[in-house]
Design a protein around this ligand. Structure first.
Ligand code: CP
Ligand code: NVA
Length: 308
């Protein structure tokens, strides 16, 4: 029977916290969970969840994943805990690690997540920060692999804001050695440290392409991916970004530029007629709800590897 391997890193804060072998192992376990071929139990284990930002998919998929594994979750947020009253992260982290076996955190600053990890004696999972969304990328590549089987020749085109989701896709793409194209308006490029890290991993292969032209990015691509234009915490920039991002909508014209068998992904939540048209969102090329479903299996697999 397939057994979860213990990951070399204690935490999963970034897409780069796992090796390529660990990445494929997690996806294999996830697929086995999806096919109901695997029965791993984490009875009595407790996952602590801290959400400093809203969440539907991440919260529920972690809760259901843990419940399917026979464990349980506790869900904290700033208004119902002492976090909102300013209790230092180092104290919260030390207390929660005495109650919980693993902690997943969604917060703003990536450095706050790292502070939790520094003080927690139990594994910490990034459930989204302003810098990265590595759990999302796991489910994304699981979905891409379900479609194309061999990831080697897949060209992934991300059209939109160079934010957390794009950053994790870039890092995963570099890990896998596949071509990743990012099309974003000038000034909304992905994090420069992430870009440099990816170039370093790709060595001298020119497989990461950053452009301001959505058509160039979409041309012949196998996957068209987008995310909201204004992320959580950017509410004040919404009006401006709605204007700047005009022309970066995934619509039928853009889909027609991609490979004829291309699929459409979106991490959700989606704003129709902004980053994606309703027609494309609802089209037969869309794998958006499979992608959302895969969050559960990939996190079930991640939890199994982190704490079993
Ligand atoms: N994609 C994603 O992380 O969704 P939620 O914000 O609903 O968790
Ligand atoms: N970039 C988005 C992702 C939501 C899952 C945000 O941070 O709000």
């Amino acid at each position: 029977m397939l057994k979860p391997i213990k990951l070399a890193n204690e935490n999963f804060l970034s897409s780069l916290d796992i090796s390529i072998e660990e990445f494929f192992h997690i996806l294999k376990i996830a697929k086995n969970f999806k096919n109901k071929d695997l029965n791993i139990k984490l009875e009595d284990k407790v996952l602590g969840l801290i959400f400093d930002k809203s969440s539907t998919r991440t919260r529920v998929s972690f809760q259901v994943a843990m419940s399917r594994l026979g464990g349980t979750t506790v869900d904290l947020n700033p208004s119902t805990s002492q976090i909102g009253r300013g209790e230092p992260i180092r104290d919260t982290a030390r207390v929660l690690s005495r109650y919980c076996d693993v902690i997943a955190i969604r917060t703003f600053k990536h450095s706050d997540l790292e502070e939790y990890a520094k003080w927690s004696s139990k594994p910490v999972i990034n459930a989204l920060t302003d810098l990265e969304h590595p759990c999302q990328a796991l489910a994304d590549f699981m979905t891409i692999k379900e479609e194309f089987v061999d990831l080697k020749n897949v060209v992934l085109a991300f059209i939109g804001d160079g934010n957390n989701v794009a950053n994790s896709l870039i890092l995963c793409g570099a890990l896998l050695g596949i071509e990743v194209r990012i099309a974003c308006p000038k000034g909304y490029e992905p994090n420069s440290l992430v870009i440099n890290k990816a170039y370093e991993i790709y060595k001298n292969k020119n497989l990461l392409k950053i452009t301001n032209d959505p058509n160039a990015a979409a041309l012949g691509a196998n996957v068209l991916y987008t995310d909201v234009w204004s992320s959580m915490g950017e509410e004040k920039q919404k009006e401006k970004k709605d204007k700047v991002f005009r022309g970066f909508t995934i619509d039928s014209d853009l889909v027609n530029k991609a490979d004829k068998d291309a699929i459409i992904l979106h991490c959700l939540p989606a704003y129709r007629s902004k980053e994606i048209t309703d027609k494309v969102f609802e089209s037969s090329k869309s794998r958006i709800f499979d992608q959302a479903e895969n969050r559960m299996y990939s996190q079930q697999a991640l939890l199994s590897c982190l704490i079993s």
